[in-house]
Design a protein around this ligand. Sequence first.
Ligand SMILES: Nc1ncnc2c1ncn2[C@@H]1O[C@H](COP(=O)(O)OP(=O)(O)OP(=O)(O)O)[C@@H](O)[C@H]1O
Length: 263
Amino acid sequence: MIELIGASKEFIKPSGEIHTVLNNINLIVGKGEFCSIVGPTGCGKSTTLNLIAGFEQPSKGKVQIQGTQLQGINKHAACVFQTENAFPWKTVIDNVSLGLRLDGVKKEEAYSEARKWIEKVGLKGFEGHYPHQLSGGMRKRVALAQCLITQPEILLMDESFSALDVHTRALMENELLSIWEETSASVIFITHDLEEAIALSDRVIVLTAGPAATIKGDYKIDLERPRNVSEIRFDPQFMKLHEQIWNDLRDEVFISYAHANNA
Ligand SMILES: Nc1ncnc2c1ncn2[C@@H]1O[C@H](COP(=O)(O)OP(=O)(O)OP(=O)(O)O)[C@@H](O)[C@H]1O
């Protein structure tokens, strides 16, 4: 579904120097696969996601979606960011139905589909509320419904739950898993939290500390599904995987700290 082939990304610094963020990333994510990307702060996780979303173009190499080179915005993908997705001046139902309306679906039909998704994400009864009348967790549910209503083949999530309190976050993670299990969407999930990455994913990718970050480790997470993210953390196999991946990640985090201290 998603292929990064020798993908590198460079930005030009204000001084005119080239800043290589990603170097020669090769990654294939299959249909329906849940893949998390972890790595030290500033290593290029969001940049990787932006390449897949088509918000940025690789400086070298390419991104392919279903075997076709991505040019411009990835129309197969929907994104849930850390910040708000919803328009503050629109009600829940107007926010959720927006993607369908933009695709030309008639209002009644779009509303009827939106009601189904609003119920699926546990917001039945809040159709007429505005985002500011909802809690942070509820607004995340709106964001999920807003993305999933268009049935994207790829869901891109950038630290989507990191602003939530720990209990709401676990609830949302479980809901995401149960909704994802009903779809065949491929998910790319960016997080700082290794436990969250392991609990949710089929695969965890570890990036090296930047500049010129590349893939350091690619771990298969073969924990049984369905999973309860709050409980799976106590599974001995989970702990073993955590230790193994953290050994990889820790070195990169230290390198990143050392760079920051020497800067
Ligand atoms: N549009 C841009 N122009 C210039 N530099 C950029 C741009 N986008 C990202 N960068 C740089 O690329 C590097 C990687 O940023 P990115 O946001 O991808 O890292 P990250 O791993 O997601 O960070 P964090 O963990 O802190 O969220 C940083 O040094 C950042 O300053």
